[in-house]
Design a protein around this ligand. Structure first.
Ligand code: SF4
Length: 430
């Protein structure tokens, strides 16, 4: 294989380690390898310097009893045959691939009358349902950096999931109106017992499952109402009410600690009510933090543009999946094939549900060997988007950014494989 020389220094490179999509990374490439990185965090480094942690898929494979190497064309034929034969295929994953690949996967879902659902859906449903009903107070990360003098992290820990969110966008940086950075801001963490609570000006510890009680009590305190009985630390809550009452611009970042589980809808509702009432006294915004792929927001933007709901789409003749109402895992037994791109459901689905995927033909696109390879029937190795292939990704606040290719690689991109599948599907039907 001839390696195209892409040596050089890449500035303003976009990191796809998480949905912060930091675009200030400097990368030096020499002899088709990354030799130097600046500004990047440890999560981003793991994404770019994957060699020690991960093994690449080397060749396309199809299952004939066991997985066997085949050429690209044969794998393509098998994938197309599976999708054409399926009555209700699932197109799944999607939040760790580029926007153009997400779009072609949506075209495939339309073509084969499938169900298109992102890996991120579990976290998104309660938030989007509430946002649709009430509207939302939201802001870009740039605006938060420039204006927020109060930052609250509720049920999420960016030090684990979005490492540079504090240093680059929310707590430490100097902003246009927050000229001294951290010295002009207050940081509060709610429901997180770790490093983040140690660096916070105030930390609210609480019993698991009492988020609604805490947010409702805080809302009442701020309104000057009686809060009645309260199971938490009332002094800490009064301290929080004081700090929140002083803020001129606040942001509440919230995460899976409150947007997952049986209380999720009630939790999200109570946060919306809190932010609604805070907006009568100052500007407050609510910011969901995903725990999924770097381009979870790309799926949201695409689905809003093309089908009107960010929660997935069912193109079948007798739709089973109602976005926002149906739990994907509850109807997993209704699918007769799956196309999985940018996800590893064999690791992330509950064990009792993985066997439902094992019984149907699975087509997988992934650069790396994952647990899902072992339950797949057709496997395509693909280039790593944002390193070995170009595309577009949407940052967690909805800003689109161009992802560069800086390393030459022998594998096609997600976009190329999906486009080839799509053209063959259309060719076979015409
Ligand atoms: S915070 Fe996220 S996008 Fe930024 S450098 Fe770290 S992993 Fe990359």
């Amino acid at each position: 294989m001839d390696v195209e020389s892409m040596d050089g220094l890449y500035e303003a490179f976009v990191c796809t380690g998480c949905s912060c999509l930091c675009d200030d990374i400097c990368v030096r490439v020499k002899a088709n390898r990354i030799e130097g990185l600046t500004n990047i965090c440890s999560t981003g480094k793991d994404r770019l310097l994957w060699e020690e942690e991960k093994v690449k898929i080397k060749r396309p494979m199809i299952r004939t009893g066991r997985l066997e190497d085949v050429d690209y064309d044969k794998a393509l034929q098998s994938a197309v045959r599976i999708l054409l034969q399926a009555k209700r295929p699932l197109i799944f994953g999607l939040d760790s691939i580029g926007y153009m690949a997400q779009k072609i996967a949506l075209d495939i879902a339309r073509e084969v009358r499938g169900v298109y659902v992102s890996d991120n859906i579990v976290y998104s449903v309660p938030f989007y349902l509430e946002a649709r009903k009430r509207g939302i107070h939201f802001a870009s990360l740039e605006e938060i950096k420039d204006r927020a003098d109060l930052v609250i992290f509720w049920g999420c820990n960016p030090l684990d999931s979005h490492l540079r969110l504090l240093s680059r966008f929310s707590v430490y940086p100097r902003g246009r109106f927050i000229e001294r950075g951290i010295q002009d801001r207050t940081l509060i963490s709610v429901g997180i017992d770790d490093k983040l609570s140690r660096i916070s000006n105030l930390s609210i510890h609480m019993e698991p499952g009492t988020d609604q009680e805490v947010s409702e009590a805080l809302r009442r305190l701020l309104l000057g109402d009686q809060i009645g009985s309260f199971r938490g630390d009332i002094e800490a809550l009064e301290g929080m009410a004081y700090l929140v009452g002083k803020a001129s611009y606040g942001v509440i970042f919230f995460g899976s600690g409150i947007s997952e589980g049986t209380d999720a809808r009630g939790n999200i509702k109570s946060l919306f009510s809190l932010v609604d009432s805070l907006n009568h006294r100052a500007q407050f915004v609510l910011f969901p933090m995903d725990n999924c792929g770097y381009n979870a927001n790309g799926v949201v933007q695409l689905l809003l543009r093309e089908v009107g709901s960010p929660l997935g789409a069912d193109f079948s003749k007798d739709p089973l999946f109602k976005p926002g109402e149906t739990e994907l895992l509850e109807i997993l037994d209704k699918f007769d094939a799956a196309l999985v791109v940018g996800a590893d459901p064999a690791s992330t689905f509950p064990p009792g549900k993985v066997n439902l995927l094992e019984r149907i033909p699975v087509i997988l696109l992934d650069p790396f060997v994952t647990s899902t390879v072992s339950i797949s029937d057709v496997v395509f190795p693909v280039a790593i988007t944002g390193v070995e292939a170009e595309d577009i990704a949407y940052k967690m606040d909805g800003l689109p950014l161009k992802l560069k290719r800086i390393i030459d690689c022998e594998y096609p991109s997600d976009c190329e494989v999906l486009s080839d599948i799509y053209s063959r599907l259309r060719g076979n039907k015409n």
